[in-house]
Write a protein that binds this ligand. Sequence first.
Ligand SMILES: CCCCC/C=C\C/C=C\C/C=C\C/C=C\CCCC(=O)SCCNC(=O)CCNC(=O)[C@H](O)C(C)(C)COP(=O)(O)OP(=O)(O)OC[C@H]1O[C@@H](n2cnc3c(N)ncnc32)[C@H](O)[C@@H]1OP(=O)(O)O
Length: 251
Amino acid sequence: MARSLGQMFKGFLRLGSGLTTRTPCPPGPGSTHRASLLCTTAALQSFLFPKPRDLSLPNSSWGPDMMRLYEHYNSLCEVETEGEKQPGPWRRLPSYNRILKYATGGVYLSKIIQSKARLFTRNIKQQGAAFEYVVFVNKEEQKCVCVFQAGHLLEGPPGHVHGGAIATMIDSVAGTHATYLSGLVLTANLNINYRSPISLGSTVVLESFLDKKEDRKTFISCKVTSADGSKLHTEATALFLSITVSNIIGM
Ligand SMILES: CCCCC/C=C\C/C=C\C/C=C\C/C=C\CCCC(=O)SCCNC(=O)CCNC(=O)[C@H](O)C(C)(C)COP(=O)(O)OP(=O)(O)OC[C@H]1O[C@@H](n2cnc3c(N)ncnc32)[C@H](O)[C@@H]1OP(=O)(O)O
């Protein structure tokens, strides 16, 4: 069952490449009845099931460091060999403001909660105010990288990022990485050492590494460094346990 939820997660990743394709409407006067019916159905479908917005793409709040690092990793997602473009070693993971119905508890949650549930890191609409980030994964190296710009709503010590916000990002990146590697998981343990404060508004890089996998356990380590890599801000280790649907029902 956990495996099938893992498959659903892969489906979740594929969402970015167009689960709800929008059929362009044919031109008016010459349209057949069937074509206009198709057009109406497509419009209704996109109204009822709007394509989720990928929040890991650049917006006007992204500063120069955020853009530079995004462009760097994005350029590694596609390589050109003999004039042909091929998938590169890295892949950008799209990010939405809610995990799919099913993964957020789906049918097991009340309709009211379900419709309001939002992924914590994506629940603030104002661009640049809180968590701006993009995650890239390298399957071969079993590594994830997140470029993260901390907005003004994440203040802890004056002018610096709240430790809980840093923990949230570490949990999210390591959790995404563990989900990518092992399917549906929950964080069982998270150990964090805060080495140097992160300035509010700055861009940092989170790197997540697979330490080992043992049955249901996925061990991940993570470090947070400055945009140029010269300063270590935070180090963490985490344990994720693979779960089944029954774990979610019991929550
Ligand atoms: C609704 C769920 C959604 C999940 C995500 C879904 C999809 C993901 C999609 C996209 C991803 C996008 C973003 C990711 C974003 C965020 C990720 C954040 C994830 C979280 O933010 S998630 C919330 C916080 N998280 C919890 O709310 C967990 C509460 N907790 C429990 O629900 C249980 O505790 C559980 C299930 C963890 C284990 O319970 P269990 O009954 O299944 O397993 P059990 O206890 O038997 O342990 C089995 C073996 O693990 C060892 N073990 C257990 N715990 C350990 C520990 N802490 N330290 C060291 N070892 C430990 C035992 O010692 C034993 O080891 P051994 O087999 O060797 O004896």
